[in-house]
Design a protein around this ligand. Structure first.
Ligand code: ZN
Ligand code: ZN
Length: 623
């Protein structure tokens, strides 16, 4: 038996030697250790260094972030559930294209390459694919044997809308589906949802042989696709309704944001270009802090503090000699002085050693009135600010992923409880990081953030701007908050118009395919009947099943026809009973209620924030 879904090991191994695993970049700073991270690491002892981003020789920060997010995302934990794990690709309607069995742990480049190869064979030109690390993987494909073929067929990768928030702004400008022409209103998070649903299969295949495992996966995928076929028209109708909403509401919202603006301030495509230029330029001359000056100043400050403590202890003893209430108190005071002196001496030795080592740079010991000291102070404050900002940003993004995973249907109760616990820990961590950030920001006279903005994720896109030390950036039209908001709304309208064109194509294709499949099956039945074949009842059953699904499709398509913004052809004749929507309502499935800790107000609030946030992001409603 050969499954249509599963790519064989041979098909995958063609790309085994395409990309050399690159050496891991040495970590600059240790990532914050959180409860989740430690838990996850104990689950995965075999940390695989090779990744599908290996072709990206420029070491973009995105790749590093992806790895970090992957840990927090508990992806490895999911992989444990699936034993060896699978790699899959699906179309935007959730129908599965192909599945690869991951033989080695971790996502090696050969799996996505094999799938991309297959997709290019089948779909050929102008294919758009969403992948968590679409940015780095673009480089991987370009450097692989698929490179010329991908270029010729104009293959385009983007980063799924939700995952986009873990990527740098510069990368988002080129890879976020909202900003890339042609991706419509697609959020490209389909695989994430399929993967979550596949976890239900894992316990039954854990101990089976490869053959039976493949058989189960194949059966599961068939059933999954049949379900998705039933939902096809719901997907189309929902997206069409989204288009309608956007075209109804956004133009007036944009007009309100644009009032009193010059034409230069509303040229949003130019804003994107200007922002890209600015960020590229900044990346090329990344501010290098004088680390030596920072370290030396830190030592000097410690030295001064130790000296102060020792002097205080000394003075206290001199002042109180002969006046101590008890012998014990006197003893303790002397002990404290002794400790302070030892500490002072230790730091002094370190300082001497440092000064000896850098004789060329330190002529005399720095004092607060010296130019070097003042410069180093600025360096130090900036470094502390940047570190606080990085930490805060990292925590907020990690939290976003966890909340997303928790809201995902198919996430088991046990896993949800686990994530819930991790979230509570992280909540406190974020509040602490926020406090530290605000102290650092105040020292530099920079914008402070509040918990509300952080918890509703309104400020995520602004993190990138906060990284910049030049305050004049804020005056650029593209950096203005209102303009940014108006820009993203105007891009939404652009994408909505693309979506409409695409949906028109999909509707007429669906109508056509229903018609031809039904008449094909009818012809088959007629022939089988004539031959008195025992297969007749089987095929009659298949047709009846399809008809039931298609009747629902036809009703939903009629609904789409009635939308004011509908611009496609109307190939489908109005059937007499199409006005009633009873069959339709019965066919809609309701997502199971998410169980949340009701008495945890903070989490509830957070979930609301994320719901709103995701609602803004993706327009495809799950049904
Ligand atoms: Zn990226
Ligand atoms: Zn599809």
């Amino acid at each position: 038996m050969q499954s249509d879904y599963i790519l064989s090991e041979d098909q995958v191994n063609v790309f085994r030697h395409d990309i050399k695993p690159r050496k891991a970049k040495p970590r600059q700073s240790k990532a914050p250790a959180t409860a989740t991270e430690e838990d996850t690491l104990t689950w995965s002892k075999d940390v695989e260094e090779a990744t599908p981003a290996d072709g990206d020789v420029h070491h973009t920060t995105c790749t590093e972030r992806w790895k970090a997010a992957q840990r927090d995302d508990l992806k490895r934990m999911w992989a444990i559930y699936l034993e060896t794990g699978i790699f899959l690709a699906a179309c935007r309607h959730g129908l599965i294209w192909w599945i690869c069995d991951m033989v080695e742990s971790g996502e090696l480049a050969k799996y996505p390459l094999a799938i991309v190869n297959q997709a290019l064979e089948v779909f050929k030109i102008r294919l758009g694919i969403g992948y968590d690390i679409g940015c780095s993987f673009t480089q991987t494909v370009a450097h692989s044997t698929l490179g010329p073929k991908a270029k010729e067929n104009k293959l385009r990768f983007v980063v799924p809308a939700f995952h986009g928030y873990a990527h740098r702004r510069l990368c988002q400008l080129s890879f976020h589906p909202l900003l890339v022409t042609g991706f419509g209103l697609e959020d490209l998070e389909t695989c994430e949802r399929i993967f979550a649903s596949f976890n239900g299969l894992a316990p039954t295949t854990r101990y089976s042989s490869q053959f039976h495992r493949h058989q189960s996966i194949d059966l599961y995928a068939q059933q999954h696709d049949d379900d998705k076929y039933s939902e096809l028209s719901a997907f189309i109708l929902n997206n069409y309704k989204q288009v309608q909403n956007i075209l109804d509401e956004l133009p007036s919202a944009i007009a309100a944001l644009q009032s009193g603006k010059t034409s230069e301030e509303t040229a949003y495509h130019q804003h994107i270009e200007a922002e890209r230029r600015f960020l590229t330029e900044r990346q090329s001359k990344e501010i290098s802090y004088d680390t030596f000056a920072c370290d030396y100043l830190q030592h000097l400050l410690e030295y001064r503090e130790a000296k102060r403590v020792y002097d205080d202890a000394m003075e206290f003893i001199l002042r109180n000699t002969g006046k101590f209430k008890s012998e014990q108190l006197e003893k303790r005071a002397h002990l404290m002085k002794q400790h302070a002196f030892e500490n002072y001496e230790r730091i002094q030795d370190m300082l001497h050693a440092l000064e000896l080592l850098h004789q060329d740079k330190i002529k005399t010991r720095w004092t607060p009135d010296m130019e070097e000291w003042k410069n180093a102070e600025v360096y130090l404050a900036t470094r502390e600010y940047q570190q606080a900002l990085n930490k805060l940003e990292g925590l907020v993004i990690a939290r976003l992923f966890e909340l997303h995973k928790m809201g995902l249907s198919g996430t088991g109760y046990k896993m949800r409880t686990h994530i819930n616990k991790a979230l509570k820990t992280r909540c406190k961590a974020i509040q602490n990081a926020l406090k530290k950030y605000n102290i650092a920001a105040q020292a530099l006279n920079r914008q402070q953030l509040d918990w509300k903005a952080i918890s509703t994720y309104g400020s995520l896109a602004e993190f990138e701007l906060l990284h910049d030390s030049r305050s004049d950036v804020q005056k650029e039209p593209w950096a203005d908050r209102t303009n940014r908001e108006a820009a993203s709304l105007s891009f939404k309208i652009e994408r909505a118009n693309e979506e409409r064109v695409r949906l028109n194509v999909e509707i007429s294709r669906l109508v056509d395919s229903m018609r031809s499949e039904e008449s094909h099956l009818e012809a088959c039945i007629a022939k089988l009947r004539a031959d008195k074949s025992p297969l007749t009842t089987q095929v009659v059953g298949i047709l009846a099943h399809r008809r039931r699904q298609n009747d629902v499709h036809r009703k939903r398509i009629q609904q789409a026809y009635r939308l004011p913004c509908y611009t496609g052809t109307r190939d489908l004749q109005e059937s007499p009973n199409s006005a009633s929507g009873s069959a339709l309502e019965a066919a809609e499935t309701v997502e199971d209620d998410q169980e949340f800790d009701a008495d945890d107000d903070l989490l509830g609030q957070q979930q609301e924030g994320i719901d709103r946030f995701i609602g803004d992001l993706r327009f495809v409603t799950d049904t």
